[in-house]
Design a protein around this ligand. Sequence first.
Ligand code: GDP
Length: 204
Amino acid sequence: MPQRPFTMLGRQDITFIGVSADHTGVTGSNTENDAVDQTQSTRMCMGSHTNLYLSYCLTLNGGKGKSMERSLSIIKPDGVSKRLVGEVIRIFEDVGFRIAAMKMKKLSREEAQGFYYVHRERPFFGELVEFMISGPVVLMVLEGEDVIMRNREIMGATDPAEAAEGTIRKRWADSKQNNIVHGSDGPESAMFEINYFFSGIEIF
Ligand code: GDP
């Protein structure tokens, strides 16, 4: 089955989420391109529209129907300060995830607030933002079959007290907030989160 190029999408199918272009590297000019390769299609994944997601999957899978996915992983400031970067990457590679992109970054307050925008009304939002900007984080794009849910299993429950034995959070997290890692919780959030931190040319 041939790849479905993004140019087959109508312009009305593409909905950009309100995050600044500085974070995403996404520009509307992508819709003008005739030949859209995987790198460009990844950049296009800023859109929230289902058609855009389906096209993303088809492009990523080469239309083969496997549930090949990408997920954003963050080793949070506590994971970095506890010198767990190597351990966590070892776990991901041992289970067969491919690291498609990676960088270390100290988030600005605005970047952390934007990333956790869905939690803005929660009582812990301010504390969570302070934690996320307290030191550098390691950002990664993980790729693999069913990587989103598999990564969630490997991470364990948000609260380490409830996490299964052997999971990253059970082994190393100190609290519900300081829980070592972040992982996208679904395909649409993965698209948003990957494009929040990575431009297409940074994903291999
Ligand atoms: P996740 O998907 O397992 O990371 O969990 P959520 O999306 O529900 O929450 C996002 C992040 O907010 C978590 O990973 C924690 O770092 C933090 N968090 C969640 N619940 C609490 C809470 O009750 N108190 C505090 N201080 N932080 C929390």
